[in-house]
Design a protein around this ligand. Structure first.
Ligand SMILES: [Zn+2]
Ligand SMILES: [Zn+2]
Length: 184
């Protein structure tokens, strides 16, 4: 019997707290379609209270990433999804945080709301793909039409097309091949 290992997930999406299942499916579908990263959605788990910062009423992205990184089970890459606000100690808020060339990332859907649900979903997908690019080892890119460009504001994120520049695309193909060979 042969097993198709290409179908094995390379990335686990891990919802913290209650997250709209449709939003999760859209994230997974885009990670697969745009990045070519086989993705599965894991069962949700409680909000990580140990990473809650009461004085800021936010969650510490670095702590969440650290705890996901330490987990032994699961796919090569894991990405937490949280509906609450995320921050890192030196910044007021972040849309996402990830280990460059590492295992774990987290994204927040908290600040992405738009009156048009389609736009909200697209914003989430762009952030998830950008953070997954960092997981693969990609750094920020200066090309105006590339998902690895750093977006400080939602207006900048909204202007990005759902794709990478050709240089990043080339890198992704190379890094994905390496990730498939070195799954765990
Ligand atoms: Zn980035
Ligand atoms: Zn690029």
């Amino acid at each position: 019997m042969s097993v198709d290992i290409s179908a094995e997930p390379l990335l686990d999406l891990i919802p913290y707290g209650e997250i709209d299942p449709l939003a999760l499916s859209v994230l997974a579908a885009n990670l697969q379609a745009v990045l070519g990263l086989p993705t599965r959605v894991r069962p949700d788990r409680p909000l990580p209270e140990d990473s809650f910062i009461p004085v800021r009423y936010q969650y510490d992205a670095v702590k969440i990433v650290g705890s996901l990184d330490r987990e032994r089970d699961g796919a090569r890459f894991r990405m937490g999804v949280i509906q609450r606000d995320l921050c890192i100690p030196i910044l007021t808020y972040v849309y996402g945080e990830s280990q460059l060339g590492g295992r774990a990332a987290v994204i927040s859907l908290h600040r992405l709301h738009h009156i048009d649900r389609q736009v909200t979903f697209e914003r989430g997908a762009k952030i998830a793909i950008h953070e997954a690019g960092h997981l693969l080892g990609l750094e920020h890119c200066r090309e105006p039409g590339c998902l690895m460009r750093f977006s400080k504001q939602l207006e900048q994120l909204d202007l990005l097309p759902m794709r990478f520049c050709s240089a990043c695309e080339y890198e992704i193909a190379r890094l994905l091949k390496r990730a498939v060979q070195n799954r765990y």
